[in-house]
Ligand binder design. Structure first.
Ligand code: NAP
Length: 494
């Protein structure tokens, strides 16, 4: 094992050229491409004790991807062995493990490395870890993603609950749910997957729905042995399948950016809703959304609506007032007894990076810089924070396709920035604040007209000021074009 990644010694300082934070798709992809660029002196800092990021943390029953795996994987490491069109979590996690093996990344991943902050001292970054050690790096790349801080609502009485309560991203597998009474809070992309997975086994499931989501059928099916053999023998076939998927997703952008066009998809979803609840108009009324489809993430599922129709499942739409020792009480005073509460309540988005103490030039804090909202240039660099890069940073998320496409656009951009520094024998590259501001003005102008702002819903895409600081307002190919290389006008060398 590489000496640098053994157990940390408090006060220890390890020096590398590039520190990469996180070992999910972003961190691993960055590491592969750093190596390929001959920049082998990097270290991944991973807070967990295994790799995989969100695909390690989210291992709730039924967890799967809602983007097809041929597209939700690295273009440079296609996997002919996917067993389903939409792979399930264990297979995606195994894929990431394979990437780490294939590209020999493992000896440069430091586990249990919880980054608490980073300081720029004029020549490099001191990345602080919770264990008291410091990683000194010229470049820092945050591949920490947006969805890793579980959000548990502050419900009165929750601390007095005598049963078990946990979040979907921290599933308590030691808790046997079979034959017990379960309360589920939330009806987002996670709940829509684990509710059908647990419903057949539990005695009762009360689903607390605050907002009914739009659901479309999922074209999920096994990939036959024959097909997999063909993909292995003729990789071009898989590339073609990927390309077809790419464009099928990409055409949806027009709808997200022009809410009127979403009516077409809305009709498909309404038909699915009508068909699913033809015999139960009361339940249909409860689960019919009241906003434009696409405003919140569109959920794909073949088994969510059937699960809601089960006799042992009850959809509760009255708001939650409090939790008692024995159950959840709704605003109408009714207690819903339960043994376990599962929170499918999503993640705290906005401040996961600003909660770390990241100090840039002249003592500027990222938390302060982002007080009015997260902002970066092309979601990747932030003025005043030289040599610091964000993968899946502000406004790089997607409502319509695979995040891996965005990550693979950002990585060459980051490498070009590093090369620019080296080529000019500079110390660092920083972002021109006016260019960053112009970029964000442009992005916000587009987003104001998009379905996420105009669709009549609230979602984690919007910050507390109602601004969409998470999604990219356009096609992935547009983003790729803009990140092909560093625009010298956007940056200064120092
Ligand atoms: P989410 O989409 O943020 O959904 C959270 C749910 O909890 C919503 O239904 C929300 O209701 C509800 N909720 C939150 N606080 C509540 C409260 N105090 N009382 C009652 N209900 C409350 O979270 P998620 O389902 O974990 O998904 C988050 C994101 O993760 C997704 O949008 C997606 O990007 C990603 N994800 C992806 C996949 C995949 O297949 N690729 C799978 C799972 C998750 P409101 O709607 O009323 O706010």
């Amino acid at each position: 094992m590489n000496e640098r990644i053994g157990a940390a010694v408090p006060g220890e300082i390890v020096t590398v050229d590039t520190a990469v934070v996180g070992s999910g798709f972003a961190g691993l992809g960055m590491a592969v491409k750093l190596d390929e660029a001959g920049r082998r002196d990097w270290l991944i800092l991973e807070k967990g004790d295994t790799l995989g990021g969100t695909w390690r943390d989210n291992e709730y029953p039924g967890c799967a991807c809602d983007v097809e795996s041929h597209l939700y994987s690295f273009s440079f490491r296609q996997n002919p062995a996917w067993t389903r069109t939409f792979a399930r979590q264990p297979e995606i996690r195994a894929y990431l493990e394979d990437v780490a093996d294939h590209y020999r990344l493992r000896d440069r991943i430091r586990y249990g490395a919880h980054v608490t902050g980073a300081e720029w001292d004029g020549t490099g970054w001191d990345v602080r870890l919770a264990d008291g050690s410091t990683i000194r790096a010229r470049f820092v790349v945050f591949g920490t993603g947006a969805l890793h801080d579980p959000a548990i609502p502050d419900i009165e009485g929750l601390d007095r609950f005598a049963g078990t309560a946990f979040h979907s991203a921290q599933w308590d597998h030691s808790r046997e749910l079979r034959g017990t009474r379960v309360a589920v809070i939330g009806t987002g992309a996670s709940a829509v997957q684990f509710v059908p997975a647990i419903a057949p086994d539990v005695e009762s499931l009360t689903l607390f729905q605050r907002t009914a989501p739009w659901v479309l059928p999922k074209g999920d099916k096994p990939i036959s042995d024959d097909a997999r053999r063909r993909y292995r023998r003729f990789p071009l076939l898989q590339r073609l399948a990927r390309t077809a998927l790419y464009w099928r997703h990409e055409v949806l952008v027009a709808g997200f950016m022009n809410p009127r066009l979403m009516k077409v998809i809305g009709r498909v979803a309404t038909t699915y809703l009508d068909r699913s609840f033809a015999n139960d108009p009361a339940l249909k009324a409860k689960v019919t959304p009241d906003f434009t489809i696409g405003c919140k993430r569109i959920l794909l599922s073949n088994d969510y609506y059937p699960a809601l129709r089960r006799d042992n499942v009850h959809v509760e739409t009255t708001g939650i007032a409090r939790v008692t020792e024995t159950g959840v009480v709704t605003a109408d005073g009714v207690e819903h007894p339960c043994d376990t509460i599962v929170f499918g309540t999503g993640f705290t988005i906005a401040d996961s990076l600003s909660r770390m103490t990241i100090t840039g030039r002249d003592g500027a804090k990222l938390g302060d810089a982002w007080r009015g909202g997260m902002q970066a240039l092309l979601g990747t660099t932030v003025a005043g924070f030289p040599n610091l890069f964000l993968l899946t940073g502000p406004n790089t998320g997607l409502g319509h396709s695979s995040m891996v496409l965005m990550i693979e656009s950002q990585i060459p951009y980051v490498l070009d920035a590093m090369d620019t520094v080296d080529r000019h024998r500079a110390t660092a590259i920083d972002t021109v604040r006016e260019r960053q501001d112009d970029f964000n003005t442009e992005v916000q102008a587009k987003l104001e007209k998009a379905v996420w702002s105009q669709g009549g819903c609230n979602s984690w895409y919007l910050d507390e000021h109602g601004r969409n600081r998470t999604l990219w307002p356009g096609a992935t190919f547009t983003y790729r074009r803009r990140t092909r290389r560093i625009d010298p006008a956007d940056h200064v060398l120092i």
